[in-house]
Design a protein around this ligand. Structure first.
Ligand code: AMP
Length: 396
């Protein structure tokens, strides 16, 4: 396989799938530029070699129609500031303007194509559309991990047009390296922390991780389905009654495999799902009627924290409580700090695949984690053990 460090882009036009799906305010200003910053190393390498870069991305969900508010033009302007070179813009991702601007592109120049999803063919994975994109460049670079789980024209199908000239950009390389350190041959003990709202969205992740981890911590709203499955009283907490059986099967599988599975023992409970609700602390399996568990309690923070700190590899997916409300964010902050502390002592930590990424960013702990994934859904599918089409297309 080709790779970024050894590939020479000199004289080449690199067609690069990036993730420029960034939030814009009403004036078109980029309000969070983590994603635009993340592609800079790849673009700089291409330009530094003496190549040129044609960047293609989606923005929002225009559903196959031109929606001016979802134009990538303001993002191209923002990129110019980050890259420090002029960034050209094509008013469509295929057709005469894109063809002319791509053909005239000189080494060291960058061209951003208009939103791919203005064409329904992008999400449909249309072959002819992917060939029209492919005709713009000489080499294909996929650096959009966030869409690697989609078999879209620009993320997957286009790779077929570059059988001997396709590679991952630095961002995807790093994502794969990081997830490989967890799921490949991790330093042990390996601990997975899984939280968030629903068991139903994490079943496959849990099943896959049980076969690999030494310890699994379950927190967040999903923990209450497990506690109920053990016969606990969970009051008005979030429970998926149709997944009680799934929870029982997961508990059994953990026992069979000798995995230490930790559930909350105490909970911060509230009399309403609201930031200003009355709150109390109680055992997680004895929650009074009408009260709901919205965060883990101090005893749980201690046991979860101890498990985290004795681990050499840590994977974290999903918050421990309703961290969006200050009254219920202590658990998530404490766990984030425990992961940061373990990392400072030499553990490898990966946070990815859900709101835990938002949490570590919100609590300004991202730089204390070994790797914070950029791909929510894509990371989740990876953790489920699935083959991502955008990854397979380049590796094939
Ligand atoms: P996910 O997208 O599955 O990672 O779920 C994240 C969401 O789960 C966040 O919006 C949290 O507010 C929510 N959440 C976490 N803990 C609880 C809880 N105990 N009850 C209800 N929602 C929760």
């Amino acid at each position: 396989m080709l790779n970024m460090d050894t590939f020479d882009f000199k004289g080449k036009k690199a067609l690069v799938r990036v993730d420029l799906n960034v939030p814009l305010d009403a004036q078109g200003n980029v309000t969070d530029d983590n994603r635009t910053r993340a592609i800079v190393p790849t673009v700089k390498k291409i330009l530094g070699d003496g190549g040129s870069a044609i960047l293609m991305s989606h923005l929002g969900r225009p559903k196959g129609k031109v929606v001016p508010a979802m134009s990538l033009k303001p993002v191209a302007a923002h990129l110019e500031g980050l890259l420090g070179v002029p960034v050209l813009f094509a008013t469509d991702c295929v057709g005469p303007d894109a063809q002319q601007k791509a053909a005239a592109l000189k080494p060291g120049q960058v061209l951003v194509l208009e939103n791919l999803r203005f064409h329904p063919e992008e999400e449909a994975g249309d072959e002819a559309f992917s060939k029209a994109l492919a005709a713009l460049g000489d080499v294909y670079v996929n650096d959009a991990f966030g869409t690697a789980h989609r078999a879209h024209a620009s993320t997957t199908i286009v790779a077929r047009s570059f059988p001997t000239a396709k590679l991952f950009g630095y961002l995807i390389e790093n994502e794969l390296k990081s997830v490989g350190k967890v799921l490949g041959d991790p330093q042990r003990p390996l601990c997975a922390i899984v939280g968030g709202a629903k068991v139903s969205s994490k079943i496959e992740v849990l099943e896959n991780l049980l076969g690999k981890c030494d310890e699994v911590i379950i927190g967040g709203g999903m923990a209450f389905t497990f506690i109920k499955a053990q016969g606990g009283k969970v009051g008005a907490s979030l429970v998926e009654d149709d997944h009680i059986g799934t929870a029982q099967a997961i508990l059994q599988a953990a026992m069979d495999k000798g995995v230490q599975l930790h559930l909350p023992t105490d909970a911060v409970v509230a009399d309403a799902f609201a930031a200003n609700a009355s709150t109390d602390l109680c055992p997680a399996n004895a929650i009074p009627d009408g009260w709901m568990g919205l965060d883990i309690g101090p005893a749980t923070i201690k046991t979860f924290g101890d498990a985290i700190k004795r681990s050499r590899t840590i994977l974290w997916n999903g918050p421990m409580g309703v961290f969006e409300m200050p009254a219920f964010q202590k658990g998530t902050i404490a766990i984030a700090n425990a992961v940061a502390d373990a990392t400072a002592y030499g553990a490898f930590s990966l946070v990815g695949g859900g709101d835990s990424v938002a949490a570590v960013n919100q609590f300004k702990l991202a730089d204390k984690i070994s790797y914070v994934s950029t791909g929510g859904g894509a990371m989740l599918e990876y953790l489920e053990g699935k083959v991502l089409p955008g990854i397979a297309a380049v590796q094939e």
